[in-house]
Design a protein around this ligand. Sequence first.
Ligand SMILES: [Zn+2]
Length: 392
Amino acid sequence: MQRGSFELMKKLNMQVILEIIHKTSPISRARIAEVTGLSPATVSNIVKELLEMELVRETSRGESRGGRKPVLLELNPSGAYLIGLEWGIAEIKGVLMDLSKRVKAVRDMPVDTYQVGDFIDSTLEIIDIFSHKVDHPERIYGVGIGVHGLVNPEKGVSLFAPHFKWEDVPIKEYLRKRMGYPVLLDNDVRMMALAEKWDGKDNFIFINTGPGIGAAIVLDGRLHFGRDFSAGEFGHMTIVEEGPLCSCGNFGCLEALISVDRLVREFNPDLHQGLSYGGLKEEWGRLIMTAKKGQNKAREILTDAARYLGTGIANLVNLLNPESIIIGGDFIVAEKIIFPLIKEQVSKKALSIPSRKLKIMPTVFGENAGAVGAATMVLQKLFKLEEGDNNE
Ligand SMILES: [Zn+2]
Protein backbone atom coordinates (compact mmCIF):
# COMPACT_ATOMS: atom_id res chain seq x y z
CA MET A 1 0.00 0.00 0.00
CA GLN A 2 1.29 3.47 -0.85
CA ARG A 3 2.01 5.85 1.97
CA GLY A 4 -0.67 8.32 0.76
CA SER A 5 -3.47 5.79 0.92
CA PHE A 6 -2.21 4.53 4.28
CA GLU A 7 -2.40 8.07 5.67
CA LEU A 8 -5.90 8.47 4.29
CA MET A 9 -7.03 5.17 5.83
CA LYS A 10 -5.67 6.25 9.17
CA LYS A 11 -7.43 9.59 8.91
CA LEU A 12 -10.71 7.91 8.00
CA ASN A 13 -10.42 5.46 10.88
CA MET A 14 -9.63 8.31 13.22
CA GLN A 15 -12.75 10.14 12.13
CA VAL A 16 -14.87 7.01 12.47
CA ILE A 17 -13.60 6.44 16.01
CA LEU A 18 -14.04 10.09 16.97
CA GLU A 19 -17.62 10.00 15.75
CA ILE A 20 -18.42 6.83 17.68
CA ILE A 21 -17.02 8.37 20.85
CA HIS A 22 -19.13 11.46 20.16
CA LYS A 23 -22.31 9.46 19.63
CA THR A 24 -21.96 6.75 22.27
CA SER A 25 -19.74 8.01 25.02
CA PRO A 26 -18.53 6.89 27.41
CA ILE A 27 -17.31 3.88 25.49
CA SER A 28 -14.48 1.37 25.91
CA ARG A 29 -11.76 0.60 23.39
CA ALA A 30 -13.03 -2.99 23.15
CA ARG A 31 -16.53 -1.79 22.31
CA ILE A 32 -15.17 0.58 19.63
CA ALA A 33 -13.35 -2.36 18.05
CA GLU A 34 -16.57 -4.41 18.09
CA VAL A 35 -18.66 -1.64 16.53
CA THR A 36 -16.15 -0.64 13.84
CA GLY A 37 -14.70 -4.03 13.01
CA LEU A 38 -11.23 -2.54 13.38
CA SER A 39 -8.60 -4.62 15.15
CA PRO A 40 -8.10 -3.88 18.88
CA ALA A 41 -4.50 -2.88 18.09
CA THR A 42 -5.60 -0.34 15.46
CA VAL A 43 -8.20 1.10 17.82
CA SER A 44 -5.67 1.29 20.61
CA ASN A 45 -3.13 3.13 18.41
CA ILE A 46 -5.64 5.63 17.11
CA VAL A 47 -7.10 6.26 20.55
CA LYS A 48 -3.57 6.91 21.78
CA GLU A 49 -3.19 9.61 19.13
CA LEU A 50 -6.58 11.11 19.94
CA LEU A 51 -5.59 11.23 23.62
CA GLU A 52 -2.33 12.96 22.68
CA MET A 53 -4.27 15.48 20.59
CA GLU A 54 -6.50 15.87 23.68
CA LEU A 55 -9.64 15.52 21.55
CA VAL A 56 -10.57 12.54 23.74
CA ARG A 57 -10.11 11.84 27.45
CA GLU A 58 -10.34 8.85 29.72
CA THR A 59 -13.17 8.81 32.17
CA SER A 60 -14.70 6.40 34.70
CA ARG A 61 -14.21 2.68 34.48
CA GLY A 62 -16.98 0.60 32.91
CA GLU A 63 -18.49 -2.72 33.87
CA SER A 64 -16.06 -5.60 33.82
CA ARG A 65 -16.87 -8.67 31.77
CA GLY A 66 -14.51 -10.66 33.94
CA GLY A 67 -11.00 -9.36 34.39
CA ARG A 68 -9.99 -5.74 34.65
CA LYS A 69 -12.65 -3.03 34.35
CA PRO A 70 -12.16 -1.23 31.02
CA VAL A 71 -11.34 2.48 30.97
CA LEU A 72 -14.03 4.44 29.15
CA LEU A 73 -13.46 7.22 26.67
CA GLU A 74 -15.33 10.44 26.01
CA LEU A 75 -14.75 13.66 24.07
CA ASN A 76 -12.69 16.29 25.83
CA PRO A 77 -14.89 19.43 25.69
CA SER A 78 -11.92 21.80 25.69
CA GLY A 79 -9.99 19.65 23.21
CA ALA A 80 -11.20 21.65 20.24
CA TYR A 81 -12.86 24.99 19.66
CA LEU A 82 -14.97 26.02 16.70
CA ILE A 83 -15.90 29.49 15.54
CA GLY A 84 -19.12 30.16 13.65
CA LEU A 85 -20.23 33.42 12.09
CA GLU A 86 -23.34 34.61 10.39
CA TRP A 87 -22.81 37.54 8.05
CA GLY A 88 -26.19 39.16 8.33
CA ILE A 89 -27.80 42.21 6.82
CA ALA A 90 -27.70 44.20 10.08
CA GLU A 91 -24.92 42.54 12.03
CA ILE A 92 -22.22 39.93 12.09
CA LYS A 93 -22.91 37.39 14.77
CA GLY A 94 -20.13 35.16 16.03
CA VAL A 95 -20.10 32.24 18.44
CA LEU A 96 -17.27 30.28 20.00
CA MET A 97 -18.16 26.65 20.71
CA ASP A 98 -16.34 23.82 22.39
CA LEU A 99 -16.35 20.15 21.52
CA SER A 100 -19.40 19.49 23.69
CA LYS A 101 -21.22 22.02 21.45
CA ARG A 102 -21.55 24.47 24.31
CA VAL A 103 -21.54 28.11 23.24
CA LYS A 104 -18.64 29.62 25.19
CA ALA A 105 -18.93 33.18 23.89
CA VAL A 106 -21.11 35.29 21.61
CA ARG A 107 -20.09 38.48 19.87
CA ASP A 108 -22.13 40.80 17.63
CA MET A 109 -20.80 43.55 15.44
CA PRO A 110 -22.98 45.98 13.54
CA VAL A 111 -22.71 46.05 9.76
CA ASP A 112 -22.32 49.61 8.48
CA THR A 113 -21.49 48.99 4.83
CA TYR A 114 -21.76 46.02 2.53
CA GLN A 115 -18.10 46.24 1.46
CA VAL A 116 -16.55 42.77 1.62
CA GLY A 117 -13.44 44.28 3.23
CA ASP A 118 -15.48 45.52 6.18
CA PHE A 119 -16.97 42.07 6.74
CA ILE A 120 -13.47 40.58 6.65
CA ASP A 121 -12.12 43.17 9.14
CA SER A 122 -14.98 42.59 11.61
CA THR A 123 -14.59 38.83 11.24
CA LEU A 124 -10.87 39.00 12.03
CA GLU A 125 -11.64 41.17 15.05
CA ILE A 126 -14.18 38.64 16.37
CA ILE A 127 -11.76 35.75 15.80
CA ASP A 128 -9.06 37.66 17.65
CA ILE A 129 -11.38 38.26 20.61
CA PHE A 130 -12.35 34.56 20.71
CA SER A 131 -8.77 33.35 20.42
CA HIS A 132 -7.98 35.32 23.60
CA LYS A 133 -10.84 33.64 25.43
CA VAL A 134 -9.41 30.12 25.19
CA ASP A 135 -6.36 28.71 26.93
CA HIS A 136 -5.17 26.98 23.77
CA PRO A 137 -5.88 29.07 20.66
CA GLU A 138 -4.12 26.39 18.62
CA ARG A 139 -7.12 24.19 19.39
CA ILE A 140 -9.38 26.38 17.26
CA TYR A 141 -10.05 23.95 14.43
CA GLY A 142 -11.62 26.33 11.97
CA VAL A 143 -13.99 29.14 11.18
CA GLY A 144 -17.38 28.52 9.56
CA ILE A 145 -19.29 31.35 7.93
CA GLY A 146 -22.88 31.53 6.75
CA VAL A 147 -23.76 34.19 4.21
CA HIS A 148 -27.07 34.85 2.51
CA GLY A 149 -27.68 34.14 -1.17
CA LEU A 150 -26.06 31.58 -3.42
CA VAL A 151 -22.79 30.15 -2.16
CA ASN A 152 -20.40 27.61 -3.65
CA PRO A 153 -19.23 25.80 -0.49
CA GLU A 154 -16.60 23.82 -2.41
CA LYS A 155 -14.77 26.93 -3.53
CA GLY A 156 -15.78 29.17 -0.63
CA VAL A 157 -17.23 31.74 -3.03
CA SER A 158 -20.33 33.89 -2.60
CA LEU A 159 -21.87 33.47 -6.05
CA PHE A 160 -24.66 35.98 -5.56
CA ALA A 161 -25.73 37.89 -2.45
CA PRO A 162 -28.56 40.18 -3.56
CA HIS A 163 -28.78 42.27 -0.36
CA PHE A 164 -25.04 42.95 -0.39
CA LYS A 165 -24.91 43.26 -4.19
CA TRP A 166 -22.06 40.73 -4.38
CA GLU A 167 -21.26 38.48 -7.29
CA ASP A 168 -18.51 35.85 -7.34
CA VAL A 169 -16.73 37.08 -4.23
CA PRO A 170 -13.93 34.64 -3.18
CA ILE A 171 -14.45 35.10 0.57
CA LYS A 172 -12.48 32.06 1.68
CA GLU A 173 -9.45 33.20 -0.35
CA TYR A 174 -9.62 36.71 1.13
CA LEU A 175 -9.74 35.34 4.66
CA ARG A 176 -7.04 32.75 4.15
CA LYS A 177 -4.65 35.50 3.09
CA ARG A 178 -5.07 37.16 6.46
CA MET A 179 -5.29 34.32 9.00
CA GLY A 180 -4.20 30.76 9.57
CA TYR A 181 -7.41 28.92 10.47
CA PRO A 182 -9.26 26.79 7.91
CA VAL A 183 -12.34 28.56 6.56
CA LEU A 184 -15.63 26.96 5.56
CA LEU A 185 -18.33 28.95 3.83
CA ASP A 186 -21.94 28.15 3.01
CA ASN A 187 -25.39 29.65 2.68
CA ASP A 188 -26.78 31.06 5.95
CA VAL A 189 -30.03 29.08 5.96
CA ARG A 190 -28.18 25.82 5.32
CA MET A 191 -26.11 26.67 8.40
CA MET A 192 -29.26 27.19 10.47
CA ALA A 193 -30.46 23.77 9.30
CA LEU A 194 -27.10 22.24 10.21
CA ALA A 195 -27.54 23.47 13.79
CA GLU A 196 -30.89 21.66 13.96
CA LYS A 197 -29.41 18.56 12.36
CA TRP A 198 -26.76 18.41 15.09
CA ASP A 199 -29.60 18.74 17.56
CA GLY A 200 -30.70 15.31 16.34
CA LYS A 201 -33.22 16.03 13.59
CA ASP A 202 -32.93 14.16 10.29
CA ASN A 203 -35.92 14.99 8.05
CA PHE A 204 -36.96 18.60 8.03
CA ILE A 205 -37.10 21.85 6.12
CA PHE A 206 -35.73 24.97 7.77
CA ILE A 207 -37.41 28.21 6.67
CA ASN A 208 -35.75 31.52 7.42
CA THR A 209 -37.94 34.63 7.48
CA GLY A 210 -36.97 38.28 7.34
CA PRO A 211 -36.05 40.70 4.56
CA GLY A 212 -35.34 37.56 2.52
CA ILE A 213 -37.15 34.23 2.63
CA GLY A 214 -35.04 31.10 2.22
CA ALA A 215 -35.09 27.42 3.08
CA ALA A 216 -32.72 24.51 3.60
CA ILE A 217 -33.65 20.90 3.09
CA VAL A 218 -32.37 18.03 5.23
CA LEU A 219 -33.56 14.60 4.13
CA ASP A 220 -32.34 11.32 5.63
CA GLY A 221 -29.79 13.25 7.64
CA ARG A 222 -28.22 14.98 4.66
CA LEU A 223 -28.28 18.59 3.59
CA HIS A 224 -29.46 18.99 0.04
CA PHE A 225 -27.43 21.41 -2.09
CA GLY A 226 -28.62 20.94 -5.67
CA ARG A 227 -26.37 20.90 -8.72
CA ASP A 228 -25.64 24.64 -8.57
CA PHE A 229 -25.90 24.88 -4.76
CA SER A 230 -29.14 26.81 -5.21
CA ALA A 231 -31.56 24.30 -3.64
CA GLY A 232 -33.82 25.90 -1.03
CA GLU A 233 -34.71 29.13 -2.84
CA PHE A 234 -38.15 28.83 -1.31
CA GLY A 235 -38.67 32.62 -1.37
CA HIS A 236 -38.94 32.47 -5.14
CA MET A 237 -41.71 29.92 -5.28
CA THR A 238 -44.57 31.55 -7.21
CA ILE A 239 -47.58 31.86 -4.93
CA VAL A 240 -49.75 34.45 -6.71
CA GLU A 241 -49.63 34.59 -10.47
CA GLU A 242 -49.46 38.26 -11.54
CA GLY A 243 -48.60 39.12 -7.92
CA PRO A 244 -46.17 41.89 -6.87
CA LEU A 245 -42.77 42.25 -8.54
CA CYS A 246 -39.97 40.34 -6.79
CA SER A 247 -36.28 41.27 -6.51
CA CYS A 248 -35.57 38.31 -8.83
CA GLY A 249 -37.59 39.89 -11.65
CA ASN A 250 -40.48 37.47 -11.40
CA PHE A 251 -43.98 38.31 -10.13
CA GLY A 252 -45.83 36.89 -7.14
CA CYS A 253 -42.91 35.10 -5.45
CA LEU A 254 -43.39 34.25 -1.76
CA GLU A 255 -40.60 36.70 -0.85
CA ALA A 256 -42.33 39.54 -2.70
CA LEU A 257 -45.48 38.79 -0.69
CA ILE A 258 -44.17 38.18 2.84
CA SER A 259 -40.68 39.68 3.22
CA VAL A 260 -40.59 41.80 6.35
CA ASP A 261 -39.90 44.93 4.22
CA ARG A 262 -43.02 44.32 2.24
CA LEU A 263 -45.21 43.75 5.31
CA VAL A 264 -44.08 46.85 7.23
CA ARG A 265 -44.54 49.02 4.11
CA GLU A 266 -48.02 47.67 3.63
CA PHE A 267 -48.74 48.63 7.23
CA ASN A 268 -47.11 52.03 6.93
CA PRO A 269 -46.91 53.18 3.26
CA ASP A 270 -45.19 56.44 4.26
CA LEU A 271 -41.94 54.71 5.32
CA HIS A 272 -39.01 56.07 3.36
CA GLN A 273 -37.20 53.78 0.94
CA GLY A 274 -33.72 53.63 2.44
CA LEU A 275 -34.86 52.25 5.81
CA SER A 276 -31.99 50.51 7.66
CA TYR A 277 -32.44 46.96 8.88
CA GLY A 278 -32.56 48.28 12.44
CA GLY A 279 -35.37 50.66 11.47
CA LEU A 280 -37.11 47.82 9.69
CA LYS A 281 -37.00 45.67 12.82
CA GLU A 282 -38.51 48.48 14.85
CA GLU A 283 -41.35 48.83 12.36
CA TRP A 284 -41.84 45.08 12.39
CA GLY A 285 -42.11 45.14 16.19
CA ARG A 286 -44.67 47.94 15.93
CA LEU A 287 -46.74 45.98 13.40
CA ILE A 288 -46.82 42.92 15.68
CA MET A 289 -47.70 44.95 18.78
CA THR A 290 -50.54 46.65 16.92
CA ALA A 291 -51.83 43.29 15.68
CA LYS A 292 -51.66 41.90 19.23
CA LYS A 293 -53.83 44.80 20.37
CA GLY A 294 -56.38 43.67 17.81
CA GLN A 295 -56.17 46.37 15.15
CA ASN A 296 -57.80 45.05 11.98
CA LYS A 297 -55.32 46.28 9.37
CA ALA A 298 -52.30 44.90 11.26
CA ARG A 299 -54.06 41.59 11.88
CA GLU A 300 -55.04 41.30 8.22
CA ILE A 301 -51.48 41.88 7.05
CA LEU A 302 -50.14 39.14 9.32
CA THR A 303 -53.04 36.81 8.50
CA ASP A 304 -52.37 37.17 4.77
CA ALA A 305 -48.63 36.62 5.33
CA ALA A 306 -49.31 33.46 7.34
CA ARG A 307 -51.68 32.23 4.63
CA TYR A 308 -49.14 32.76 1.84
CA LEU A 309 -46.40 31.11 3.87
CA GLY A 310 -48.76 28.25 4.79
CA THR A 311 -49.56 27.73 1.11
CA GLY A 312 -45.86 27.54 0.27
CA ILE A 313 -45.24 25.13 3.14
CA ALA A 314 -48.15 22.92 2.02
CA ASN A 315 -46.43 22.62 -1.39
CA LEU A 316 -43.16 21.62 0.30
CA VAL A 317 -44.93 19.10 2.52
CA ASN A 318 -46.65 17.44 -0.44
CA LEU A 319 -43.40 17.35 -2.40
CA LEU A 320 -40.93 16.21 0.28
CA ASN A 321 -42.92 14.67 3.15
CA PRO A 322 -40.66 16.03 5.94
CA GLU A 323 -41.11 15.23 9.66
CA SER A 324 -41.03 18.88 10.60
CA ILE A 325 -40.93 22.44 9.34
CA ILE A 326 -38.64 24.59 11.48
CA ILE A 327 -39.02 28.34 11.22
CA GLY A 328 -36.36 30.89 12.10
CA GLY A 329 -35.84 34.61 11.68
CA ASP A 330 -38.16 37.57 12.22
CA PHE A 331 -41.45 35.64 12.19
CA ILE A 332 -40.53 33.96 15.49
CA VAL A 333 -41.34 37.11 17.48
CA ALA A 334 -44.88 36.91 16.08
CA GLU A 335 -45.10 33.18 16.84
CA LYS A 336 -48.32 33.36 18.85
CA ILE A 337 -50.20 35.13 16.07
CA ILE A 338 -48.61 33.63 12.97
CA PHE A 339 -47.93 29.97 13.79
CA PRO A 340 -51.55 28.89 14.42
CA LEU A 341 -52.56 30.49 11.12
CA ILE A 342 -49.74 28.76 9.24
CA LYS A 343 -50.72 25.42 10.77
CA GLU A 344 -54.35 25.95 9.83
CA GLN A 345 -53.43 26.76 6.23
CA VAL A 346 -51.09 23.79 5.93
CA SER A 347 -53.67 21.35 7.25
CA LYS A 348 -56.18 22.81 4.82
CA LYS A 349 -53.92 22.71 1.75
CA ALA A 350 -51.51 19.79 2.20
CA LEU A 351 -52.43 16.17 1.63
CA SER A 352 -53.64 14.47 4.79
CA ILE A 353 -51.04 11.70 5.00
CA PRO A 354 -47.88 13.89 4.94
CA SER A 355 -49.50 16.59 7.09
CA ARG A 356 -51.14 14.59 9.86
CA LYS A 357 -47.97 14.03 11.91
CA LEU A 358 -46.13 17.10 10.63
CA LYS A 359 -44.63 19.38 13.27
CA ILE A 360 -44.31 23.13 12.60
CA MET A 361 -42.11 24.84 15.17
CA PRO A 362 -39.65 27.67 15.77
CA THR A 363 -35.91 26.95 15.81
CA VAL A 364 -34.51 26.03 19.21
CA PHE A 365 -31.45 28.21 18.55
CA GLY A 366 -33.26 31.53 18.24
CA GLU A 367 -31.14 34.32 16.80
CA ASN A 368 -27.91 32.33 17.10
CA ALA A 369 -29.05 29.58 14.70
CA GLY A 370 -26.89 30.70 11.77
CA ALA A 371 -23.70 31.21 13.78
CA VAL A 372 -24.13 27.97 15.78
CA GLY A 373 -24.74 26.08 12.55
CA ALA A 374 -21.64 27.59 10.97
CA ALA A 375 -19.59 26.37 13.95
CA THR A 376 -21.09 22.88 13.69
CA MET A 377 -20.01 22.86 10.02
CA VAL A 378 -16.44 22.93 11.33
CA LEU A 379 -17.27 20.27 13.92
CA GLN A 380 -18.78 18.09 11.22
CA LYS A 381 -15.63 18.42 9.17
CA LEU A 382 -13.58 17.38 12.18
CA PHE A 383 -15.73 14.29 12.75
CA LYS A 384 -16.50 13.11 9.32
CA LEU A 385 -15.71 13.58 5.66
CA GLU A 386 -19.19 14.76 4.86
CA GLU A 387 -20.76 17.97 3.63
CA GLY A 388 -17.88 20.15 4.76
CA ASP A 389 -14.96 18.07 3.52
CA ASN A 390 -15.02 19.38 -0.02
CA ASN A 391 -14.49 22.83 1.34
CA GLU A 392 -10.93 22.74 2.54
ZN1 LIG B 1 -38.52 36.03 -6.72
